[in-house]
Write a protein that binds this ligand. Structure first.
Ligand code: HEC
Ligand code: HEC
Length: 302
């Protein structure tokens, strides 16, 4: 009976440590912020109904900087030229109507820095004209947005111009090229040139943002999902003074980005979560067997 009591005490303190102390320490290290589930309550809905046909007619105001690949509109500059001009490469607009919140987009087109809560914003304000003009262009962007967007496309549109993802072989200027040259001996001219361009782009980006945005390969693992979610929804609410702008993703848009980060940062997570219960079951059975053996050994010795 004494053994059982000791066992109970050990189990009790293990569980207290596991569920009580660790999360408590964590909550002390990171301020807990309750998000708003990507509803952006600080932005008022304009109530204006956009006309996609009018938006389409006005889209030239945007394509002087942005490409819209799905509509056959190429970006006017490549990433290198764009970063030299603006500090950052304007994202392709093919998917933005599906990934970003409508209310946010309308507010962003009128005053980008304000909607993004950014100190500095390379995208000029008022590019869509009036509030009605903004609603029309957003209606057009929504009308051309595809129903299905892959996690990678979501990431490249929303984050990829600022963040590299080493494990996903993504850089701010695009995918690392698969070249035939020999990387080890360093005689791969194409790859070397690409790397030099990445460094140049990152230089301009760091000037624009005040610091180089971190590589996101391991961030998804290093930070909790709650942190990532609330940070992306409203960076200033979580990390006051941060240089990261609010990007205005919808909840579904964020889930796509999150899926991408998990797949590149922690590709074996799904498998691990599946095997977890089996491992625990094994420990329970093993403990019972060990206890039974222990009992049988001591039987009659007391
Ligand atoms: C002078 C160039 C320029 C013009 C014109 C321009 N943009 Fe931009 N846009 C940018 C740049 C640069 C960024 C990236 C800014 C950043 O990330 O700090 C950007 C970012 C965006 C984003 C991303 C927002 C987010 O939350 O991540 C959207 C959407 C967008 N622009 C839409 C438009 C639309 C629609 C128009 C036309 C009404 C337009 N832009 C006109 C330069 C431009
Ligand atoms: C216009 C550039 C820009 C875009 C777009 C952008 N970020 Fe960032 N991000 C930054 C900068 C700059 C920092 C560094 C902030 C700091 O240290 O204050 C940062 C930091 C981060 C961090 C680290 C936060 C921490 O606790 O250290 C995470 C996570 C992150 N970004 C995720 C994202 C995700 C996910 C997206 C896309 C949904 C995204 N970012 C889009 C510029 C950007």
């Amino acid at each position: 009976m004494k053994d059982l009591k000791i066992l109970a005490v050990v189990v009790f303190f293990t569980l207290v440590t596991y569920w009580g102390v660790e999360p408590f320490a964590h909550s002390q290290m990171h301020k807990h912020v309750e998000g708003h589930n990507f509803t952006y309550p600080d932005i008022k809905a304009s109530g204006l109904k956009g006309d996609p046909a009018k938006g389409k007619a006005a889209i030239a105001a945007c394509t002087s900087c942005h490409g819209i690949k799905s509509q056959g509109i190429k970006a006017p500059m490549d990433a290198m030229a764009a970063s030299a001009a603006y500090g950052v490469n304007p994202p392709d607009l093919s998917n933005v109507g599906a990934l970003f919140d409508t209310k946010y987009l309308i507010a962003f087109l009128q005053n980008p820095a304000h909607a993004a809560k950014a100190k500095k914003m390379a995208m000029p304000a008022g590019m869509a004209g009036t509030a009605q003009g903004a609603a029309d262009i957003v209606a057009y962007l929504k009308s051309i947005a595809p129903k299905e967007i892959s996690p990678k496309e979501a990431f490249t549109t929303a984050c990829g111009r600022c963040h590299a993802d080493r494990y996903g072989k993504w850089t701010q200027i695009g995918d690392v090229p698969k070249t035939k040259g020999n990387i080890k001996t360093g005689n791969d001219v194409e790859l070397t040139k690409f790397k030099m361009n990445v460094a140049k782009y990152q230089d301009k980006l760091a000037d624009y943002m005040g610091k180089l945005p971190p590589d996101l390969s391991i961030i998804a693992r290093a930070r909790s999902e709650h942190y990532l979610k609330t940070f992306v929804e409203d960076p200033q609410a979580v990390l006051k003074g941060t240089a990261m702008p609010r990007v205005g993703l919808t909840k579904e848009g964020f889930e796509k980005v999150d899926a991408y980060l998990e797949s590149t940062g922690d590709p074996s997570k799904a498998k691990r979560e599946k095997t977890g219960p089996w491992v625990l079951g094994y420990f329970v059975i093993f403990t019972l067997l060990a206890y039974g053996w222990y009992k049988s050994q001591w039987k009659g010795l007391h």
